[in-house]
Ligand binder design. Structure first.
Ligand code: FES
Ligand code: FE
Length: 462
């Protein structure tokens, strides 16, 4: 039975061992599994395709991918439409430009024409080409995906009758709203996204995005040892235990993950103020979230609940992922002059084959972020993130090694281990929902990422 068993007889259900919290390493390279993932995960879940500010005008479009399928993401009237970039006539790619503006997408091969929302307009010699009455015009359009906008981010799915995006986010929406729905006018992109190819399986980056905290201590160790960071740390913390290790981690049965990191310590270190003596308003003003100025703080109060604001000034979500292949980072970068620049980044790791992924990096700011601040956000994002950035060069070097390891005759029989388990639960009085644990970072969020991967892969839903 191909839905439950691989060609070599391995049962898909055995790829994960819940008792020992191990995952078979072959999952990081197996082409047969990759094909199943395209069906069972990338045709079933909500996928990030971009931000609506990339296509502000009617007819604007960008070309993106949903798993192994190219899609056109277009502005049509006020709406955003996502359509399969496959001509229903003979299968030619309808659009071959990365981005542009057009009211009509015309297939090069025989000239069938479509509106930005995929509706069929006509063919050059329609009566001859269509042979009359076999199919209606309504049946000849591009295949349409189900689309939702969340904080201006464009998500789409082929699962037309499946869970709504809100249901997909579940309990984690409470936290994601603090990041994506906190201002009056929302976020916008600072230019087109950076795009890179990495010779790695998409899951090496996907599971890391489910809030792998440990690796920042070792792979990115230099962060705690160089420049301003080191100066700030000297005398207050051992340089080998950065404060980012400790916090509150939120897991989700749908594989989403958040790391909420102690901000009070940052307020002390970066402003010299004592958070214990500050009111909620004073804390918001002492260190507003990335891209938010003191003048914009009233917007936070209009858009978020008191409980969300309390978390925002004490233990805000700063890094994590949305299943299956998205990473977000809302991070605070200390500057040599004692100020702080907050960065807002979102990545998608788009599968491009069993051992290749496309790393897409969107750099965002609030629409109301002043020009000087957004310039600094852009410069530092490029310097630190993406595969050209100092931080994520480390990650982009690691994922290919893992992918190659998973191809070895012995390597593929090894297991990935997720045995660092929280036994703490939520801090007392924690107002947020979800599977919440506090303390030194553990493997729980990533383990939940894998168990949801497993749930989808073992569902007979093709
Ligand atoms: Fe597109 Fe024929 S394949 S018009
Ligand atoms: Fe990293």
């Amino acid at each position: 039975n191909t839905s439950t068993t691989l060609r070599d007889g391995t049962r898909i259900t055995d790829l994960i061992n819940p008792a020992t919290r191990e995952v078979q390493m072959r999952t990081l390279s197996d082409p047969e599994l990759y094909d199943l993932e395209m069906e069972r995960i990338f045709c079933k879940t909500w996928l990030l395709l971009g931000h609506e500010s990339e296509i502000p005008k009617d007819g604007d479009f960008v070309l993106r991918d949903m798993g192994s399928d190219s899609v056109i993401v277009a502005r049509h009237n006020a709406d955003v439409a996502v359509t399969l970039n496959v001509c229903p006539h003979r299968g030619m790619r309808v659009c071959t430009a990365d981005a542009g503006n057009t009211k009509i997408h015309k297939c090069n091969y025989h000239g069938w024409a479509f509106r930005p929302n995929g509706d069929f307009i006509g063919a050059p010699v329609e009566r001859e080409m269509m042979h009359g009455k076999i199919m209606l015009k309504e049946e000849l359009g591009l295949k349409k995906a189900r689309v939702t906008l969340y904080g201006g981010l464009i998500f789409a799915t082929w699962d037309i009758g499946g869970p709504s995006f809100e249901e997909f986010l579940g309990d984690t929406k409470w936290y994601f709203d603090m990041l994506f729905q906190r201002s009056d006018r929302g976020l916008e992109v600072l230019g087109p996204p950076q795009r890179f190819m990495v010779r790695a399986n998409w899951k090496t980056a996907g599971e890391q995005s489910a809030a792998d905290g440990f690796h920042t201590l070792t792979l990115h160790r230099w962060l705690g040892e160089v420049g301003n960071y080191a100066k700030k740390d000297a005398g207050t913390e051992g340089s080998d235990l950065s404060p980012e290790m400790v916090g509150v981690e939120v897991s989700s049965p749908h594989g989403h993950a958040l790391r909420c990191i102690d901000l009070a310590r940052k307020i002390v270190k970066l402003t010299g103020l004592n958070p214990a003596e500050l009111s909620l308003d004073e804390k918001l003003n002492a260190l507003p979230p990335p891209g938010v100025t003191k003048e914009m703080v009233p917007q936070l109060k209009r858009n978020l609940s008191e409980d969300q604001l309390k978390v925002m000034v004490s233990m805000p979500p700063q890094v994590g992922g949305i299943f299956p292949n998205i990473l977000f980072a809302f991070v605070y970068i200390p500057q040599s002059d004692g100020t702080v620049v907050g960065l807002t980044l979102i990545h998608a790791y788009v599968p491009r084959g069993p051992d290749k992924l496309e790393f897409i990096n969107w750099i965002l700011a609030e629409r109301d972020t002043p020009p000087e601040m957004r310039q600094k956000m852009l410069e530092q994002s490029i310097q630190l993130f993406g595969t050209s950035g100092m931080v994520e060069q480390d990650d982009s070097d690691t994922w290919p090694h893992m992918t190659v390891s998973a191809k070895g005759a012995m390597g593929r029989k090894s297991t990935l281990k997720y045995q660092a388990m929280f036994e703490t639960g939520a801090p007392e009085g924690w107002p947020g929902p979800g599977i919440v644990n506090e303390g030194f970072t553990k493997d729980d969020t990533q383990w939940h990422w894998w168990t949801y991967w497993h749930e989808l892969m073992t569902k007979d839903n093709i």
